[in-house]
Design a protein around this ligand. Structure first.
Ligand code: SF4
Length: 230
């Protein structure tokens, strides 16, 4: 299986009844501003090169963002903040992301999430998180020859990602390192080490209140890029 095949298989997944029904209902009813668009309404695969040296791991696609455009963090406020920062530190070809065909390319970075379908109120259940873990585990396995660092956005992503890294063959320290903005840990595995960086999520709840500033985000991305040799 390669990453393209994994993404194709993922986009057919219907393992979580609540999320399948929500993602499809949102795609049918739409937001007025996007009434003319055809929503994706399916699981949203990771975005970025198959030989990425660095990962950015979020939470789940947004109802009118990734669930609309079919691309991670694309078409919502969180993504606007994330891609602008990736561009500022030289990891993206342009600062904006509006949808497939917008010309955006990521340099050495892949953006993904532990839950691939948009959840109501951005809150997946523990069962849904566990259902989706095998997709992330397989993605991590396929990326393991090249990936050397990961930025995890928010506590949910951190708690979901650590077991996924463990299942994909990395040794996670015990006790498990706690999430925080500025949390750092190193995982060891084949064929090398992977540096994990905690960062507050780029949601409006954090960016509008100044809990996460663009400079704070750029700093973490810069550190993670250096750890990945980018
Ligand atoms: Fe499948 Fe993950 Fe979507 Fe659940 S959240 S339906 S496991 S892709």
């Amino acid at each position: 299986c390669d990453l393209g095949a994994l993404d194709a298989a993922l986009s057919e997944c219907r393992a979580c009844p609540r999320l399948v029904s929500w993602r499809e209902e949102v795609a049918r009813t739409k937001r007025a501003a996007f009434a003319e668009e055809t929503y994706w309404g399916r699981p949203v695969p990771g975005f970025g090169p198959a030989d990425a040296a660095m990962l950015v791991i979020g939470l789940a696609p947004a109802a009118h963002g990734g669930n609309r455009t079919g691309r991670m963090f694309t078409g919502d406020r969180s993504g606007d903040v994330l891609y602008a920062a990736l561009y500022d530190v030289g990891l993206a070809s342009q600062p904006t992301a509006t949808g497939p065909g917008d010309g955006l390319a990521l340099h050495g970075v892949r953006v993904t999430a532990p839950v691939h379908c948009a959840p109501p109120a951005n809150k997946p259940t523990p069962q849904e998180r566990d259902n989706c873990r095998p997709w992330l585990v397989e993605e991590l396995r396929l990326l393991s020859p090249t990936v050397r660092s990961a930025v995890v956005l928010g506590a949910f992503g951190w708690q979901a990602a650590l077991p996924a890294f463990a299942a994909a063959g990395w040794e996670v320290p015990r006790p498990r390192p706690a999430f925080g903005h500025g949390a750092r840990t190193t995982l060891h595995g084949e064929p090398g080490r992977l540096d994990l960086f905690g960062c507050y999520h780029v949601s409006q709840r954090n960016t509008f209140t100044g809990r996460l500033t663009p400079a704070m985000l750029r700093d973490v991305l810069t550190e993670a890029a250096a750890a990945a040799g980018l």
